[in-house]
Design a protein around this ligand. Sequence first.
Ligand SMILES: CC(C)(COP(=O)(O)OP(=O)(O)OC[C@H]1O[C@@H](n2cnc3c(N)ncnc32)[C@H](O)[C@@H]1OP(=O)(O)O)[C@@H](O)C(=O)NCCC(=O)NCCS
Length: 329
Amino acid sequence: MKRPYVYLAGVGRWAPPRILRNDEFASMGLDTNDAWIVQRTGIRERHIAGPAENNRTMSAAASRMAMERAGVHPGEIDLIVLGTASPDHLLPSTAVELQAELGASRAAAFDICAACSSWLYGLIVAEGLMMSGSAETALVVGTEKLSSIVDWKDRSTAVLFGDGAGAAILRRSKHGKGILSTYFRSDGTLAPLLHRRAGGAAQPFDEHALHDRSFYIEMEGREVFKHAVRSMSDACDRALDGARMTGADIDLLIPHQANVRIIEATAKHAGIPMEKVFVNVDRYGNTSSASVPMALEEAMAAGRVTDGSTVLLVAFGAGFTWASLVIRF
Ligand SMILES: CC(C)(COP(=O)(O)OP(=O)(O)OC[C@H]1O[C@@H](n2cnc3c(N)ncnc32)[C@H](O)[C@@H]1OP(=O)(O)O)[C@@H](O)C(=O)NCCC(=O)NCCS
């Protein structure tokens, strides 16, 4: 087992105030209803960013909360790793926009694009850079304005996603607390199951993309569901093995919040009862990179992660990518 080298010194969250309830989709012209969405996904509502809100503003709010809780000033941060699948601009990274917004003038900053696994990938990358001596105080952020890349005319995807941001400050571990094990993997052969065909260099945005709506998220929901359960189950096993633990040693499982049925199947596989699983997908929908840090912050605020808690984080996303960590708080 790896000795903990890095711990989470403070966690923050921010979600836009506008809440979109399931029963509002009908008035937006979508042939769907609350009962279908709740039964298939567990989602009841999601937060949607307004025109003045973007990843820079949302991630800055979440980061400031994490920094305040960790007692860290912007000038102390020497690394910003930001996960997003909906960057504010294609160039430069959203991480540098956050770096400027915070005034973190000593920080190296870059984005990670591993879709819904991005924040977990970010923790693993930041831990590695801290272990190698390249950084001492890292800010790891997950932020999404998915409402800007969702096709609001496609009922099979529009009902699933939401906006928000979460962040954590990472510092050198003390008293045996921190990251006990990590695991991350990918399988790019499955990319077409969940992607945006147009808008990048391979298929630049043009009139055709505008017409066929190929610059929005497209997904084979049923296939994604199967792979999500398989990969998140594998990731739980691997992180538990790495920490020489079983599901019985875990105080709280915080899975990526995409669909309550995926969460239930993952928890069952890991041998963790639902009382020990944190779920907030009902109130936020799938916020991709932001999902796990937002859930972690809510779990901490609710007193479900306390001093000494052993927590299993697991995520899965487009790519496909999947990742997991065991952390002692
Ligand atoms: C998207 C998802 C909820 C769809 O549930 P499902 O049980 O697989 O449903 P299907 O896609 O098979 O569709 C069943 C029917 O519901 C319809 N449907 C799809 N979205 C609907 C909606 N919002 N409201 C009402 N009906 C809908 C379909 O058109 C289909 O109708 P048909 O049988 O007449 O063709 C589910 O597949 C899922 O959650 N997948 C994983 C998605 C995910 O988490 N992605 C992110 C991973 S990080």
